[in-house]
Design a protein. Structure first.
Length: 397
């Protein structure tokens, strides 16, 4: 039987600020678990514009002390500036996206102790877990498709090209700061075009992109740029040099995912048009699919596993319960095959129904596999919370 277990979240951020971290699959806690990164902004009820800045800061989780260390103009409400710890580059080193002097987005590697910064030639959408490589996509093209995930500062230079040869997935060497196009949108289109209906169009983009733990391969979500969902998705994995492109989902409903290991993904998606969506384990390269507890996981959510692979952290999209919008936080024991609701958290209604202003929970693990953090608007403003899951885990053993 699944049990509902409540947690007692600790609010880190003050009442006077809108604070949040951002996405669910990047390191928000320092390697020793003692610090947590965040963004702070003066508003929550409109999309960011070119002149808007987000303050970058770090919380000491023992004392609660906060220190701002910079700001960025390249941010949004869903993935923020991709701010994250890069412990392989140093215990005090972080990565984030910002703008150069001319207003062009680029990546920044910053040492929090010395304040020194070095710059990459492009902004990044993903950093590998060893801190050697980054992945870049066209954030201007993304902004045209989903403003909550892109940057508004420049027009897409390939706006009129449905699948350009010069755009696609870039791999960045973090040591040199230089990037190389390894997989063009033209190549992606050739691999997926037979599955796309003519009425859906041909203009495509890479919506999400992530390295596996070793950074030997990466995954892309390729989507046709329709304004309104559902966005049918073709999912590929590919070697870091762009070779050996393999499809997992072919022009169907495929959404949030997590690399649990080099050859296993946790993925919410619809395998084919004759079945509903499920939460799957997927083996890469065999593309073998295994459903994870179909009775427990009934809807799309942000998914991550603990470092030992035993626990799965999950959330829900907002469920309409006017005048509030409720989101649910889940914990699941993959070995015992049982899970529980950790809590329901209310969010404010979206101004004008603008979906990209929503505040998803985006739950994230700390290195101890016991502590998590998440974002919420349950107290009337965007805020950052942590919680200890030890008691809930004991109940699910």
């Amino acid at each position: 039987m699944n049990k509902d277990l409540k947690i007692s979240p600790r609010k880190l951020s003050p009442e006077a600020k809108h604070c949040f971290f951002g996405y669910y699959d990047i390191p928000s806690f320092s390697a020793d678990g003692r610090r947590h990164l965040c963004h702070s902004v003066p508003f929550w009820d409109r999309m960011p514009e070119k002149a808007d800045k987000a303050e970058l800061g770090v919380y000491d989780l023992e004392s609660g002390a906060y220190r701002a260390f910079g700001s960025t103009g390249a941010w949004n409400f869903q993935q923020a500036s991709l701010l994250q710890w890069t412990p392989a580059l140093g215990e005090n080193t972080v990565f984030y996206n910002d703008l150069d002097e001319g207003g062009t987005p680029r990546g920044v590697i910053c040492d929090l102790e010395s304040g020194s910064r070095r710059f990459l030639d492009r902004p990044l959408a993903n950093v590998d877990r060893q801190g050697r490589f980054g992945l870049n996509i066209n954030f201007a093209r993304m902004y045209d498709f989903r403003p909550g995930y892109g940057y508004c500062h420049q027009p897409d230079p390939f706006f009129d090209d449905p699948h350009p040869e010069e755009d696609g997935a870039f791999v960045t060497n973090l040591e040199t700061g230089k990037s190389e196009l390894v997989l063009s949108l033209a190549t992606v289109w050739e691999a997926m075009k037979d599955w796309v209906a003519p009425e859906d169009g041909e203009k495509i983009l890479i919506n999400h992109i992530t390295f596996n733990p070793s950074a030997e391969r990466f995954l892309i979500l390729a989507r046709v740029m329709k304004l309104d969902p559902p966005w049918l998705t073709t999912v590929f994995t590919v070697n870091r040099d762009g070779s050996d492109l393999r499809p997992l989902f072919k022009n169907t409903n495929a959404s949030h995912y997590w690399w649990a290991s080099d050859d296993e993904l946790v993925f919410w998606g619809k395998k084919n048009d004759h079945d509903r969506a499920h939460l799957y384990r997927i083996h890469d390269p065999s593309a073998a699919f295994e459903i994870i507890d179909d009775d427990f996981f009934r809807a799309d959510g942000h998914c991550t596993t603990s470092s030992d692979g035993k626990w799965l952290l999950y959330d829900s999209y907002p469920k309409a319960k006017l005048p509030e919008r409720w989101q649910t936080l889940f914990l699941y024991n993959l070995e015992a095959k049982k899970g529980a609701i950790l809590g329901d958290f209310s969010s404010l209604s979206l101004p004008g129904g603008v979906q990209d202003l929503r505040c998803d929970l985006h739950p994230r693990w700390a290195p101890d596999d016991r502590t998590i953090s998440f974002d919420s608007m349950q107290d009337g403003h965007r805020a950052l919370y942590t919680a200890d899951l030890s008691a809930a885990m004991s109940e699910l053993e």
